[in-house]
Ligand binder design. Sequence first.
Ligand SMILES: [Zn+2]
Length: 510
Amino acid sequence: MIRKILSITLLVFSSYVPAFSQSILADSLAMYCPETSIWYPHSTPYYLYKGATFSQSQVVWSTSFHTATPIPIGSVGPKKYTKQLKGIISNTQIAEVMKQAVENKVNVILVIGDGMGPVHMTLPVYMRKANGDQQITMFEKIMKEGDCGYVLTNPAGGLVTGSAAAGTAIATGTKTRMDMVGVDTIGKPLVSVMDIAVRRGMKTALVTDAAITDATPAAFYGHSIDRNNETEIARQLAEDNRIDIIFGGGAENFIPHDSRFKDMEGFEDSHFSQSMSARKDDKNLLDIFMKKQYKMVHNTSQMEQLKVGSPVVGFFSVGGLPAPIDRNLQNKEIPTVAQMSKKALELVSNNHKNGFFTMIECARIDWEAHANDVGAVYRAVVEMDEVLKDAYVLYQQRPKKTLLIFCADHETGGLGIAYRKVDSDEKESFKCVNGEMWETITKALSFENFRKMAAQDRSLSQIFGMSDSPRALKENVEKHTGYTISDYQAEKIFEASHKGEKMPKYAIPQ
Ligand SMILES: [Zn+2]
């Protein structure tokens, strides 16, 4: 039946577009886009690439948006808290449990993998098995030692959420509408676990490799019916809050209209000194931080030198920070989320009297999943595992007084790894002990082929962007990923990537 519908669809389509030939079909370059219900003979380069490499990767993405797939949660710490975080729970439950812990001055380390669904999280786990590595990932360790479950992420009145509504649920315990941060469904400001931690005299830290004004961190301190109002959210962070350690990007939201960082005290020699403000008013929020005795840092070495003491704002980029997979291309003075979180935890964890609360967001998992770039997602999840390693060391120092939770806010991309059917000349066979022949045409993706995913050392947006001809693109795919593409596929991907069709703006900060 499905096959029949498919062939009718294709027939109709090919009569509309004469150029839509059978050879395109054979190369899997025509892609069905569920968002628009249209078959694209020439789609985004990402769409074309995933089709072109499917026979090698067996990776499928069902969308470039979020899905309602339940997300994983794992926690270690006092049982009275972790036992409430097992089974199938609501995302609001995470806030409820953290609020209880913070009221009791129990340290909380919350690590959010933005967009990290169960399959994203399992990539390093399968990779470990594929490599025969005995050392388990932190995801496995925390889930095994503590409690674990699935989280339903739906926003108020719906099923599929976004970072704003999901972040608000995790930070405050109240479900809200899409794109709202820190307010309820009628726009009333909510109290977050961060607010309670500050009130209880805890040391607090917010760390992200997105902008610090992006939806996930904003849900912990900001209040806005529109997550995109980042300049107002920035004002709220500087004027209305007192968070001790703030590390991330988004510096453009903090300086006066029309000004550049080269004219800002302390940022004259930053790598983004030439960048401009995103504000529309004359507020200098850096001044406000300074008046509140905050130290200001803008690169890795300054950050590494920080000692326990005054509060700190670390702005390492005007927007988001680079993808972990593009690390070797980036300015070394931009810290990784693992470096930032290690330092932040060091700076807050000496508060033995009142304890500490830290939220760390690994934002790039979501961004790479939006681009359907599985190799880049893998690297971003591996980096989250690094973050969890440091957090776990700290947890072990005071296990009765520390609650460590990892989770996601939602799943992005509908990531899956699928089997595929092959022609009978490719079928596998094996003679069983009783002499019977076992055979199958169902390819279950071997570990050997799965490992090729980890060979990717550059994001697809970089690979496509750096290729100035179809030939260069084919060579770059071969050089920077574990896969190969045909001349024809390279030509089509090149065409799509140079038509400016929906290419995400994932620029590497210089
Ligand atoms: Zn998100």
